[in-house]
Write a protein that binds this ligand. Structure first.
Ligand code: FAD
Length: 117
């Protein structure tokens, strides 16, 4: 399916998008400038309006408004916030929650057992 040349369904779009979003947090600076922080918030705000699964985008915006504004003060905060955002969708879909202490192993460093080396 993800190898096919057909338009993506909501699942395939979701997997690809989470890869982009978590990888953005993995590459986010440990000490972002004020401009980087503002641009990141602005990106997330526009993303949440333009994500091309409209009910997904609406729910994502509601989740942010309900006390989950993006935390972009440093890489770990942003990575954990994105993990929490993903978990909110996991819960909604009845999927298992991911342990957000492990976000960096999954998306930046690879696992401690070396399986990604
Ligand atoms: P995905 O959920 O796509 O996850 C991919 C990989 O990320 C997993 O294999 C795991 O290794 C890792 N992972 C899982 N959870 C976390 C986490 N919390 N933090 C870090 N890494 C993690 N689908 C709908 O049907 N309805 C919706 O309303 C909906 N809303 C969405 C909103 C957004 C903003 C996005 C980006 C996607 C949304 N999706 C929605 C898609 C949905 O989240 C999944 O991407 C899709 O169901 C495919 O799921 P999956 O089981 O393949 O793994």
């Amino acid at each position: 399916e993800s190898q096919s040349d057909c338009p993506p369904d909501v699942e395939e779009l979701g997997r690809s998008t989470w890869t982009l979003l978590h990888t953005m947090t993995a590459q986010y600076p440990e000490r972002p400038s004020l401009t980087q922080q503002l641009e990141t918030k602005s990106f997330i705000g526009l993303f949440s309006k333009m994500y091309p699964c409209w009910h997904c985008a609406d729910d994502f915006r509601s989740w942010m408004k309900g006390g989950n504004e993006p935390r972009v003060s440093n890489r770990d905060e942003f990575g954990k916030w994105m993990c929490e955002a993903h978990n909110a969708v996991n819960v909604k879909l009845g999927k298992k929650e991911f342990d957000c202490n492990k976000w960096e192993e999954r998306w930046r460093t690879g696992w401690k057992d070396g399986r990604c080396d």
